[in-house]
Write a protein that binds this ligand. Structure first.
Ligand SMILES: Cc1cc2nc3c(=O)[nH]c(=O)nc-3n(C[C@H](O)[C@H](O)[C@H](O)COP(=O)(O)OP(=O)(O)OC[C@H]3O[C@@H](n4cnc5c(N)ncnc54)[C@H](O)[C@@H]3O)c2cc1C
Length: 573
């Protein structure tokens, strides 16, 4: 079984040649010192760490998994040592502010690190996956007293953090949450209730765990507006243990290296984060950061699946490929058969476009934080709000479905454990579910964002994409036409929606896919402008996936448009 190896040259190509990131970042005073050499150095070191330390632990993570006994969770062999090395080397703090103990580097480097980590070992990566969101949440919403106790520990990753939202009867609909918080005379609170599916709720990776918990105050109204956010540590600053218990970990289809915990809060004494009733607002900071991370999981996992399938397709021989002679006993490489090339080049097209979109989104996050120009910040907000749910949904979908196609390249050998591809498919499945299911992402995009402002922000995003297409290319004309179709579809839905309350919910997924395909198209046109004669293996490396995109991926746009049109027409008549 070949372990995943980060290919940092491809990532660097997207960063520098496609997105021109170093120049954009250096224009921001916060990153004036971040030159291309520094970025390359960080990327190379990250690739080395991920390849040498994290990737080899993946198999044990799956086969031995996290173990629960009497409320204590023991992580798979090697996980603790790797995590201790990880935080002590400064990796979790890459993009945290220097004043909080971080390194103050751009978010895009963190995004690249998490893509590699997820590709190498999804289960292990779940542990630090929520750290940055927790850091941002505490930084922006906690009191100075709480920050003094917890911010630098979370920023550096010395302590890990959880996000405790889900309850047995409250999943997508967090407004149904019943966990209670009762005020105590000294200004603190006591939280009681059960949270389920909590990633890393208990483990032995760090000395302490910081739980961020949504709960309801006694006088709170029902629904999401009645939720407040609380910080409950496993151990208090005086070393005593809080009344938080891990009652069980789930038996799962995959992701065995990550303990998915049932957490019982039994009048656990804690502090409020932010204002009463504003818990979801504070939590959204964390959830948005987590959604980009989950999109990166999808991209990383698909890349890992592609790497395995590509290597196998270059070794395994079966039958003659079309156009080859028919001498008895001779066979061609699997990778030469058009059906297998189609699978491989199509997945490559998704991964490469995924990187462009994810890294661009991380760059936009840096602009939101560090640009001093209000218009730039507003455009960056618009990009992140619209593109994040699209990426979360399509790249997690592709990691599972495209990962399964990569498994197909192995034939029966893919279905057995030896080659490790079946683990990727099992692990990837959950990313379509957590951090807001993919259906919820589609509703978030169309109903809560696009229709909520009458299509204004979507049109602004489409203006940005349209103005950023290479002028002459034939493919650009097709891209412009799809952008125009998407504008019309947005208008069609906006006009028909008031006549049928369910319409937008019925077409939300088709709409999200249509937006994704326009983004993919844009990303590939940008990639092609970055490729020139000096780019290594420009003909096969970049041209084959570009062709696959136009042959096998983009035609879906017409189907999605037709479905939306048909649904809107049905309402009109
Ligand atoms: C391995 C794992 C790790 C997790 N980690 C965490 C964690 O760390 N913290 C945490 O708080 N939670 C965590 N979760 C929980 C996860 O976020 C929820 O499972 C998810 O939000 C869906 O909730 P649910 O499972 O209750 O499904 P439900 O909300 O019951 O949904 C069931 C189905 O109905 C669909 N649906 C629901 N409402 C709508 C709607 N309005 N329109 C269209 N379709 C709808 C959903 O998309 C889904 O397909 C984790 C889950 C898993 C499996």
């Amino acid at each position: 079984m070949n372990a995943y190896q980060p290919r940092t040259d491809d990532m660097q190509f997207v960063l520098s040649r496609v997105l021109n990131a170093p120049a954009q970042l250096q224009a921001l005073p916060a990153f004036a010192e971040v030159d291309p050499e520094l970025m390359q150095q960080v990327l190379d070191e990250a690739g080395k760490f991920v390849g040498e330390v994290i990737a080899p632990l993946k198999r044990d993570g799956d086969e031995i998994g996290a173990q629960w006994k009497d409320g204590v969770v023991t992580m798979p062999p090697g996980f603790k040592h790797a995590y201790q090395t990880f935080w002590q080397s400064g990796w979790p703090a890459l993009s945290a502010s220097t004043e909080d103990g971080g390194q103050g580097l751009p978010s895009v480097l963190e995004a690249m690190l998490y893509e590699m980590l997820s590709a190498a070992n999804h289960g292990w990566t779940m542990a630090p996956g929520l750290l940055h969101g927790a850091y941002e949440c505490i930084k922006h919403h906690a009191s100075d007293e709480l920050k003094a106790l917890y911010l630098d520990k979370v920023a550096t990753g010395e302590w890990l953090a959880t996000m405790c939202l889900t309850e047995p009867h409250a999943g997508s609909d967090l407004g149904l949450a019943r966990t209670k918080a009762v005020p105590l005379p000294d200004g603190q609170y006591a939280v009681s209730g059960t949270k389920i599916f909590i990633s890393g709720g208990e483990h032995d990776l760090t000395d302490n765990i910081v739980h961020l918990v949504l709960a309801r105050l006694p006088d709170a109204p029902p629904g999401p507006k009645g939720l407040s956010l609380f910080l409950v540590p496993k151990f208090y600053p005086d070393g005593s243990r809080s009344r938080v218990h891990c009652d069980r970990i789930e038996e799962k289809m995959g992701l065995h290296g990550s303990p998915t915990c049932v957490m019982r809060f039994d009048e656990a004494v804690c502090d409020i984060v932010g204002e009463p009733g504003k818990g979801l607002n504070a939590m959204f900071v964390m959830m948005n950061a987590a959604r980009l991370h989950v999109a990166l999981q999808g991209i990383g996992l698909l890349d890992a699946a592609w790497q395995k399938a590509d290597a196998y397709a270059q070794e395994r021989r079966q039958m003659r490929a079309p156009g080859k002679g028919r001498s008895a006993g001779e066979a061609d490489l699997i990778g030469e058969h058009p059906a297998m090339r189609r699978i491989l080049d199509t997945q490559r097209a998704w991964v490469d476009a995924g990187r462009v979109l994810a890294y661009r989104t991380a760059l936009e996050l840096d602009l939101i934080k560090h640009s001093q120009d209000a218009a730039t910040q507003a455009a960056a907000q618009c990009w992140c709000a619209l593109v994040t749910p699209v990426m979360k949904s399509v790249f997690t979908h592709q990691a599972f479905h495209g990962g399964s196609d990569c498994l197909q390249v192995f034939g029966g050998h893919g279905y057995v454990r030896e080659w490790g591809i079946e683990q990727i498919v099992r692990d990837a499945r959950v990313a379509m579910i957590y951090e807001g299911t993919n259906e919820i992402q589609a509703i978030d995009l169309l109903v809560r964002k696009v229709l909520a402002d009458g299509g204004q922000s979507m049109n602004a995003l489409l203006d940005t994409l349209a103005s950023d297409l290479p002028p002459a290319a034939h493919a650009s004309a097709a891209a412009q036409s799809r952008i125009q179709t998407l504008r019309s579809l947005t208008e069609r839905i906006a006009q028909a929606a008031p006549k049928d309350a369910a319409l937008a919910f019925r077409v939300a997924d088709d709409y999200l896919r249509a937006v994704a395909l326009v983004l993919m198209d844009w990303a590939w046109l940008r990639i092609e402008t970055g490729v020139d004669a000096d780019t290594p293996q420009a003909d096969t490396r970049w041209l084959s996936p570009a062709k696959a995109l136009r042959s096998w991926v983009l035609p879906e746009f017409s189907m999605r448009s037709a479905i939306i049109e048909q649904q809107c027409s049905a309402v009109a008549h």
